[in-house]
Design a protein around this ligand. Structure first.
Ligand code: FAD
Ligand code: 2HG
Ligand code: ZN
Length: 473
């Protein structure tokens, strides 16, 4: 028996033979969501408790087997699937789904890492609370993955990223120790705040097994509007007005280019997009109100009237019902799926200051068309946070695979150089994974990279946790 067989036998003893998968179709765990890379796992291991996670780590380290933590495998940067070596295990948190406690007075919920985001939202709603993290992948992504990537989504403008929603963590370290930091405290200045090291660390420092998250009161009403705007400048002006008129009620502000909307109509013709043909951009806005629906509606009407007077809105509708609101959001949320249907594509999840977004797009669009004529820009995203999905589809008629192979490195270099010029970030919310790892070297200062490596080697000296992801050591 070789050392891998011995390890597999020990892992079976910990989690049960049925939860150490080595045969059959493992593509759900080995293939990334975007179908950019297919890896090969030594095994997919599915623990049911924190103690089992700790035992797995204690077995893998000495056997020289590295660990790729995985939640819903919806990540965008190839960070949750194994490499091609066949020597890494995928540690899937999917069986650890329990909501351990909901503290109404403290406004917190403590939940295991494998809990699917939508399921957590529903549990909290039933208890009368809002858990505000919201992503189009919420039906499959997990709270552990959200924390691992510090996910953003559509409510960041009001509630912040996943980091801002987290008050405490339970983590299995790279040595297999359990750190219980599930305090739920809002104030705790007792030295380094370790939780923030693990949030956004993409499984490279340890395994998040549970978290204590913030809750909010459910709003009395949530209204959605869809507005056509004459330009990105106008969308930014509308955002300013929305902040002024709605204040903390502004819980969503998303922008979509006409071409992005066109892809939704093309691939999901059952979806009806208001004003799609006329305006270069449309915006989805959400107003959450703690008084009443009538109050929310009046506020929205005042905002949209003022916006039309300023000329920054051409036309707008406010959803009359929950079903209509969902349909409007569904349009926005279908863009990544419509892009996938259109073919392999290049994603740039970038951020720049909101005020500089129009100029960034004007300058970068022109540079792209000069060097890559016909490249189709699919531009949309979380304008309220200065975060664009400045994506690219191959020119019409071109073979997408060939276009990506031949042009992606140069196209990425052009976009990221422009992001640097505008003082932005090359990864606003999706993380680094393996897709952007080598680019990070060129867009972070040597001092920052040195500190990142020091943290990685201090917490994971054997490089057991998701090696080769985010940063090379
Ligand atoms: P996975 O993909 O399984 O893992 C992601 C990373 O986290 C990996 O590096 C993995 O190793 C690590 N990880 C997973 N679980 C743990 C754990 N328990 N402990 C430590 N590390 C862990 N992202 C956004 O930010 N905003 C969006 O609006 C958004 N929309 C999306 C829409 C669609 C249609 C899709 C497919 C994806 C979208 N994403 C978005 C990306 C993705 O859903 C998020 O990154 C999400 O947080 C990943 O969660 P997951 O459970 O699928 O994690
Ligand atoms: C979104 O906001 C996601 O829809 C996915 O972050 C973005 O596919 C993308 O580029
Ligand atoms: Zn996004």
């Amino acid at each position: 028996m070789n050392s891998f067989d011995t390890l597999l036998q020990s892992l079976r003893a910990v989690v049960g033979a049925a939860n150490v998968l080595t045969e059959g179709d493992l593509s759900a765990w080995e293939q990334d969501w975007r179908k950019r890379e297919r890896g090969k796992a030594l095994a997919v291991v599915r623990p049911a408790s924190t103690d089992e996670v700790a035992q797995i780590v204690k077995l893998c380290g000495p056997a020289g087997v590295s660990i790729v933590p995985q939640g819903g495998n919806t990540g965008m940067v190839v960070g949750s699937t194994p490499d091609a070596s066949g020597t890494q295990i995928v540690l899937s948190l999917q069986r650890m789904q329990q909501v351990r406690a909901l503290d109404s007075a403290n406004l917190t919920v403590t939940v295991e890492a494998g809990c699917v985001l939508q399921s957590l939202q529903e549990t909290c709603k039933k208890a009368g609370f809002l858990f505000p993290l919201s992503l189009a992948s919420e039906g499959s992504c997990t709270i552990g993955g959200n924390l691992g990537t510090n996910a953003g989504g559509t409510q960041v403008v009001r509630y912040g990223n996943t980091r801002e929603l987290c008050l405490g963590l339970e983590v299995v370290t790279a040595q297999g120790e359990v750190w219980n930091g599930l305090s739920g405290l809002r104030k705790d200045n007792t030295g380094y705040d370790l939780r923030h090291l693990f949030i956004g660390s993409e499984g490279t420092l340890g395994i998040i097994t549970a978290a204590t998250m913030r809750l909010y009161p459910l709003p009395a009403a949530q209204l959605t509007a869809f507005a056509a705007v004459p330009s990105l400048e106008a969308a930014v002006e509308l955002l300013g007005l929305a902040h002024r008129f709605l204040s903390a009620g502004l819980t969503g502000f998303e922008v979509m280019s006409q071409f992005a909307l066109g892809l939704v109509v093309k691939h999901f013709p059952q979806q009806k997009v208001p004003f799609q043909q006329d305006a270069p951009y449309c915006v989805v806005l959400e107003n959450s109100d703690h008084e009443s629906e009538a109050h929310a509606r009046t506020q929205f009407e005042r905002l949209l009237e003022a916006a039309m007077e300023h000329g920054c809105v051409l036309d707008a509708v406010v959803a009359e019902s929950m079903a209509q609101a969902k349909a409007l959001w569904h349009i926005r949320e279908s863009i990544p799926l419509a892009q996938a249907q259109e073919g392999l594509n290049i994603k740039h999840d970038i951020s720049v200051a909101v005020s500089r977004i129009p100029e960034f797009v004007r300058v970068t669009d022109a540079l792209i068309q000069q060097s890559f004529p016909g490249a189709r820009m699919v531009n949309y995203g979380h304008l309220g946070d200065g975060n664009l999905h400045y994506n690219v589809q191959a020119p019409l008629g071109a073979d997408a695979q060939t276009f990506l192979k031949e042009q992606e490195p140069a196209l990425n270099a052009l976009v990221y150089a422009s992001v640097d010029q505008f003082g932005g970030s090359i990864s606003a919310e999706h993380g680094i994974g393996s897709l952007k790892r080598d680019k990070l070297e060129h867009h972070k200062s040597p001092v920052a990279l040195q500190m990142m490596r020091a943290i990685k080697t201090a917490l994971d000296p054997q490089n057991v946790m998701n090696p080769g992801r985010m940063i090379r050591v």
